[in-house]
Design a protein around this ligand. Structure first.
Ligand code: IMP
Ligand code: MG
Length: 170
């Protein structure tokens, strides 16, 4: 498959820094728990957390997502839960990309039952065209209308995650 450069690494990293600055200022004195949604988020997640200037804790959650095609199956299953205590804590859920919003809605619903101090959502990419669910993304890096994106953690059938830039798959 052909791929076309969409967001070069320099632009990604500048944006991640900007998000890290905003979150650090919003959560000063709070020590938030950042929860990453595996696997796609790991590149963005480590850059974000290490650019933040306040202490934080981290954990991960996993949701069964797309198979080998590029459209959502319509159902989301949590296959790995967090392992550190999050009750009463300020939580930031970190996602690579929000498409239909189904995955995010399901995870946020689940976490909201845990008596958190607060929950906010940070996503590197907010992809608008196929949004089904009414989701709030408190911090987003880039808004794109459409297309299937790969690289910087984003995959197509487990391929392309290792790419340092973000591409559109043609
Ligand atoms: P949603 O439930 O439709 O919002 O989809 C969320 C998940 O689908 C993301 O966490 C990604 O794993 C995957 N996904 C959606 N769009 C893309 C894309 O353009 N490239 C790579 N993965 C995507
Ligand atoms: Mg994902």
């Amino acid at each position: 498959m052909e791929k076309e450069l969409l967001i070069p690494r320099k632009t990604i990293l500048a944006k991640v820094k900007e998000l890290a600055r905003r979150i650090s200022s919003d959560y000063a004195e709070k020590e938030p728990i950042l929860i990453g949604v595996l696997n796609g988020v790991v590149f963005f997640f480590t850059d974000l957390v290490t650019e933040m200037t306040i202490p934080s804790k981290i954990d991960f959650i996993r949701a069964a997502s797309y198979g080998s095609n590029t459209s959502s199956s319509g159902s989301v299953r949590l296959t790995k839960d967090v392992e550190i205590p999050i009750q009463g804590k300020p939580v930031i859920l970190v996602e690579d990309i929000v498409d239909t919003g189904l995955t995010l809605t399901k995870i946020v619903e689940t976490l909201k039952q845990r008596d958190l101090e607060s929950i906010k959502v940070c996503a590197l990419i907010d992809k608008l065209e196929r949004r089904d669910m009414d989701v709030t993304i408190d911090y987003y890096g880039f808004r794109v209308n459409e297309g299937f994106l790969v690289g910087y953690g984003l995959d197509h059938d487990e391929q392309y995650r290792y790419l340092p830039d973000i591409y559109t798959l043609k």
